[in-house]
Design a protein around this ligand. Structure first.
Ligand SMILES: Nc1ncnc2c1ncn2[C@@H]1O[C@H](COP(=O)(O)OP(=O)(O)OP(=O)(O)O)[C@@H](O)[C@H]1O
Ligand SMILES: [Mg+2]
Length: 244
């Protein structure tokens, strides 16, 4: 089986005047269909950089990113937008719902970009809202919901286009711990249903709920393996392992 996501020695550099910031430093990993993977690391470790590359919002400076075998680095803006729409479903920390649209209209947005007819859009969006337990509320505006409910709407919006990969960037970051667990439970359900989920978080207690952890430090992968191994949540430096 071919990997769905493959990073081959991916580097991302930012030029800041005289200095070069290395945000991703030869990162390699493979993610297969049906996996639930948490990408973790402290602030500045390169999580958002990876997320932006996986999500086709940015391309590597060096190295190769293959999404379903396609080389994303070779794509132009239109191709990137198309791949984003067809293959990826996004869940953001701040939900990113449009306040003037009601819930079903918010969930329809990815289908609009995909050119799906109005009638089918409405049907699929309502079904997706049912799936996250908000079928009854489809006419409401986002502001009329709790944070957890808004995040469930954004999960519905991520799912509605049947993406190959669901990318969640700190999806529980704006929620209290109980609601955060609920949202995480929904991501675990999606995984059980066979979806591929990549979760980005700085929170170890969230990360260990995934099946596999990829830990970043200073733009490098310092751990990649099962989330229940003791070394999964202990950074080599914090463990006093000396210099790397
Ligand atoms: N546009 C940019 N220009 C310059 N440097 C950048 C840019 N984006 C990120 N960086 C740098 O790259 C490194 C990795 O940043 P990144 O945003 O990926 O970290 P992160 O793990 O997402 O952190 P956080 O948990 O704080 O969101 C940091 O040192 C950051 O300052
Ligand atoms: Mg970040």
């Amino acid at each position: 089986m071919n990997p769905l996501i493959e990073f081959q020695q991916v580097c991302k550099y930012y030029q800041m005047g005289e200095t070069t910031v290395v945000a991703a430093d030869h990162i390699s990993f493979q993610i297969y269909k049906g996996e639930l993977v948490a990408i973790v690391g402290s602030s500045g470790s390169g999580k958002s950089t990876c997320m932006n590359i996986i999500g086709c919002l940015d391309v590597p400076t060096q190295g190769t990113y293959l999404l379903k075998g396609q080389d994303v680095g070779q794509m132009n803006k239109n191709q990137l937008a198309e791949v984003r729409n067809q293959l990826l479903g996004f869940i953001f920390q701040q939900y990113n719902l449009l306040p003037k649209l009601n819930l079903v209209e918010n969930v329809e947005i990815p289908l609009m970009y995909a050119g799906v007819s109005k009638r089918e859009r409405r049907e699929r969006a309502r079904a997706a809202l049912e799936e996250v337990g908000l079928g009854e509320k489809w006419r409401h505006k986002p502001m009329e919901l709790s944070g957890g409910q808004q995040q469930r709407v954004s999960i519905a919006r991520a799912l509605v286009g049947h993406p190959a990969v669901i990318l969640a960037d700190e999806p529980t970051g704006a929620l209290d711990s109980r609601t955060g667990r609920e949202v995480l439970g929904m991501l675990q359900d999606l995984h059980r249903q066979g979806h591929t989920v990549v979760l980005i978080t700085h929170d170890n207690s969230i990360a260990v709920q995934a099946q596999r952890i990829i830990r970043l430090e200073d733009g490098q992968v310092v751990y990649d393996g099962p989330s229940n191994a003791p070394e999964a949540v202990v950074t080599p430096r914090a463990a006093g392992g000396g210099s790397l």
